[in-house]
Design a protein around this ligand. Structure first.
Ligand SMILES: Cc1cc2nc3c(=O)[nH]c(=O)nc-3n(C[C@H](O)[C@H](O)[C@H](O)COP(=O)(O)O)c2cc1C
Length: 376
């Protein structure tokens, strides 16, 4: 099966892209203590652009100096200096032929470290399920969050808009609003974490309200050709079984209102991008394409070129984003285009800490042992 469709040029909003392959956002907890980009991060991201990916989506960047930060070593977009530090990275990506999107992330109740606050906040005072992630320095249970007031919500919205402005000034081609994986905006979307009785709780129309207000606020301050996307999942980093109780009716409301609010694209992520979203239904990517009517980036579980191609041909994906397979093969796009062999992903690359130091060590050791032929 020819995979030439993966290498067709395409568009996200008004942004032209060289092919349909994107690097998925991946937190690497490798920024300076002040949330600034380092030279090591520039080289890491440049590797994906040189490896043939048409689009690079950054790891989730915290958006304010109140409750948004999630991890120690997480980069931010909350001041001039942080914004400036992304400029050389964007120049490097553009020079290598890729486009760049900054993922804007508010961790909400899943925050494991926050230099600006000693407590956490979420839609409701509900203890998050599961344990903090140890490869991001987390230990034990998550803190019990404080229920956000309407004023807290306004502050969070303003944080996303201010961060988007900084992203635009730093030379990014767009931003992706992180509404997936259990972080703040997804906490609002999910009945297991949102017990509010105001306009932000209850029916899917209310639960998706905050995401739409963030999209509108970001749209309001950025240029018309600046791409604004949204990432959505049902599963979460701390709950891999979660499903919207209203099933396809929720998908219809969520995806159509997000598109109406002005999103240029919807990025769906699930462990297996092609799996039915609900019993007997289509995949989440396919539902997003049907109900949203905007380009969809599909992510989850793609290792080989033919899997990516099927997402485009059968699941309505405009682009396919790769996470772990891209970590193992920063040049995945080139390898698939040339028909070269792909390396398998190994969790040792992210252990004990999911940072770039560890990955560098992993590749260096294996390359010395003749097991891999290149370093990050
Ligand atoms: C180390 C690591 C860090 C991640 N960080 C983020 C993140 O910052 N934002 C996000 O939306 N998803 C994040 N993810 C999820 C990935 O984007 C992706 O959805 C997930 O790995 C499944 O796709 P895959 O099967 O292609 O790896 C992360 C995944 C990994 C492995």
């Amino acid at each position: 099966m020819s995979n030439h469709r993966l290498f067709e040029s395409t568009r996200l909003g008004r942004l032209p892209l060289g092919n349909r392959l994107a690097v998925a956002p991946m937190t690497r907890v490798s920024a300076g203590a002040d949330g600034l980009v380092t030279d090591q991060m520039i080289e890491y991201y440049r590797g994906f652009a040189e490896g043939g990916f048409g689009l690079v989506i950054t790891e989730g960047l915290y958006t304010d100096r109140v409750y948004s930060q999630g991890y120690q070593g997480q980069p931010g977009l909350t001041c001039q200096a942080q914004g400036e530090s992304w400029k050389p990275l964007n120049q490097a990506l553009h020079a290598a032929g890729a486009r760049s999107i900054a993922q804007l992330m508010h961790a909400g109740a899943l925050s494991q470290f926050n230099a600006f606050s000693s407590d956490t906040a979420g839609p409701s005072a509900i203890q998050p399920r599961g344990q903090q992630m140890s490869f991001y320095d987390g230990v034990g249970s998550y803190a019990l969050p404080r229920a956000m007031t309407v004023s807290d919500i306004d502050t969070a919205i303003r944080g996303f808009a201010d961060a988007a402005l900084l992203a635009q000034a730093a030379g990014f081609d767009g931003v992706e609003i992180h509404g997936a994986n259990g972080y703040l905006l997804d906490q609002f979307l999910s009945v297991s974490t949102n017990a509010r009785t105001d306009a932000y709780g209850g029916r899917p129309e209310n639960r998706v309200r905050l995401i739409c207000e963030v999209i509108q606020a970001v749209r309001h301050v950025t240029a018309k050709d600046f791409v604004v996307g949204v990432r959505i999942s049902q599963t979460k980093v701390n709950d891999d079984q979660h499903r919207w109780p209203e099933a396809e009716a929720a998908a219809a409301t969520i995806f159509s209102t997000i598109a109406q609010a002005g999103a240029d694209y919807i990025h769906t992520t699930e462990p297996d991008a092609a799996a039915p979203a609900f019993e007997g239904s289509d995949s989440l990517a396919s539902l997003a394409a049907r109900f949203g009517g905007v380009p969809v980036i599909a992510n989850g579980g793609v290792e080989a070129g033919d899997q990516a191609l099927r997402l485009v041909q059968e699941q309505g994906a405009a682009l396919v984003a790769l996470g772990k397979a891209a970590l193992a093969n920063p040049d995945w796009a080139r390898r698939v285009c040339e028909g070269s062999e792909l390396r398998g992903f190994d969790f040792a690359l992210l252990a004990p800490r999911a940072d770039l130091e560890n990955a560098q060590r992993y590749f260096t050791e294996r390359s010395a042992g003749g097991q891999v032929e290149s370093t990050l």
